[in-house]
Design a binder for this molecule. Structure first.
Ligand SMILES: Cc1ncc(COP(=O)(O)O)c(C=O)c1O
Length: 466
């Protein structure tokens, strides 16, 4: 359930029309609904009522500070996978004792940073990593609370690029090695072993593998306790799927998921931890884009829009389906078969293939639905396209919560090598002028904000994408 809906024929995010936001900030832009984020968090918390889990939102899904702050204010902890994400969580006001540090390749620098800030748990992914954490903790005079991430070799029945619980995946410690590594971890200086962690994949739509993994997890906790390990925490990971496609099967409700958790861990007396990402933000965000042109190829019709795979990689990377909604219902009816593509020089640059959509025309606004998770966070600047802005809506207010990247910012990080600058250039041929230093084009003044409560407007400078 989300708060994007048509009112009077126009598509709204809560009480703000998308056309109004587009006027103020230009296109493309990401748009997030506060009410939807809050609702998803509360539905999950409600499903686990009585179990009192620590819900650590998976920052990787959407790390915008405004999104993190929304969740932090609801009491969420955070699951992070890099120093950057630890910094983001702390900046959003999350206390270190609610931050879980996961990730398959934590560097020594990141481990030290996490220890200095006192994160509540390291989810350890390898034999070597436990040694690193022990060494660094000892050096710093700190103690690291540790859970081992166990790979149960369970097929999560999801897309291969987001399946993490099979034996062939790079994630976690093989189930068969768990007892040995717990015994080792217990002997190491600076380490307090306190938990077990598993995460078998993302966009899980079948609870059977989840139950299988949780059952293995319970057995492991029982065995570890029998060996004298003090296991007080069970971190169940994230992964619960969301509906992306109209008319397709609805993924399990958090209540059904919680029911399995209650069954699998009944009577175990552990503190449960959850790491939901997609479930909280996927359907709370959309990518809004304008049609540049409609082009009839010899075999297909292409709706060329100003958003592309660099803004939203999911269709290209995971063959992901995102519903496309026109921002105006005037365009409804007499659907035509089209591919919705971006301007990038790749055949793989598309947002939707073979989709029956209302007839669209240049300048029409469209919304790419369910783009709140793994959308903006995976954006890049391929083809020298600036990162697009992110907008947060709350009721009848909206604000730019990430500015559109300027061309100055995009180009300004580059430097010429010393030998390319005028002062260093030996001029063998005085007739030929040395190449000029890189200087970004002058920025056009940006339009003033028109939004109620909007931040500084970030309309695309003319000459770029609108
Ligand atoms: C260890 C871990 N926890 C939590 C998540 C969040 O998963 P999701 O967004 O599917 O809930 C991921 C995502 O890959 C993950 O790797």
């Amino acid at each position: 359930m989300h708060h994007f809906a048509y009112k009077g024929g126009e598509l709204y995010a809560e009480k703000v029309s998308l056309e109004r936001i587009a006027e103020a900030v230009g296109t493309p832009f990401y748009c997030y609904s506060t009410a939807t984020i809050e609702r998803h968090y509360k539905v999950l918390a409600q499903a686990f009522k009585g179990l009192d889990p620590l819900i650590c939102y998976a920052v990787k899904a959407n790390s915008n500070q405004a999104v993190l702050t929304t969740l932090a204010r609801l009491g969420a902890g955070m699951d992070v996978v890099s120093e950057g994400e630890i910094r983001r969580a702390l900046t959003a006001g999350v206390k270190p004792d609610k931050i879980i540090f996961a990730g398959v390749g934590k560097t020594r620098g990141e481990i030290a940073f996490a220890l200095r800030h006192g994160v509540c748990q390291f989810n350890v992914e390898s034999d070597q990593e436990i040694d690193f954490i022990s060494e660094i903790a000892t050096h710093l005079g700190a103690r690291a609370k540790v859970a081992l991430r166990i790979n149960p070799d369970v097929d999560a029945k999801t897309h291969k690029k987001i399946a993490t619980g099979k034996g062939e995946a790079k994630f976690g410690i093989p189930y068969k090695d768990a007892m040995r590594l717990y015994a080792k971890a217990d002997r190491l200086a600076g380490i307090d072993v306190n938990g077990v962690h598993m995460h078998i994949g993302s966009q899980l739509t079948d609870l059977a593998p989840v139950e299988k993994a949780f059952t293995l997890m319970r057995q492991l906790v029982v065995r570890l306790r029998a060996e004298g390990h003090d296991i007080g925490h069970v971190d169940l990971g994230g992964g619960l799927g969301v509906p992306y496609k109209a008319g397709s099967e609805i993924p399990p409700h958090p209540d059904d998921y919680a029911q399995i958790v209650r069954k699998c861990f009944a009577g175990l007396d552990v503190k449960l931890m959850l790491e939901p990402g997609r479930l909280i933000v996927a359907n709370a965000g959309i990518l809004v884009s304008r049609v540049i042109a409609v082009k009839k190829g010899s075999e297909r019709t292409f709706v060329v829009v100003d958003a592309a795979m660099n803004d939203l990689i999911r269709p290209t990377l995971y063959e992901a389906h995102h519903e496309i909604w026109p921002a105006s219902e005037k365009r409804k009816g007499n659907n035509v078969l089209v591919d919705v593509v971006g301007p990038i020089c790749e055949t793989g640059d598309y947002l939707a293939l073979g989709r029956k959509l209302p007839p669209l025309a240049a300048e029409d606004l469209i919304a790419v639905m369910s783009a709140g998770a793994y959308g903006a966070v995976q954006a890049g600047t391929y083809n020298s396209r600036p990162l697009v802005p992110e907008v947060l809506v709350r009721g009848d207010q909206f604000a730019v919560v990430r500015q559109r990247q300027t061309y100055d910012e995009l180009i300004g990080l580059d430097r010429l090598a010393p030998w390319q600058t005028a002062s260093q250039q030996p001029s063998p041929n005085p007739e030929r002028a040395p190449p000029p230093a890189v200087k970004p084009p002058a920025r056009k003044p940006e339009a003033a904000s028109a939004g109620a409560g909007a931040g500084a407007a970030t309309k695309r400078p003319s000459g770029g994408r609108r």
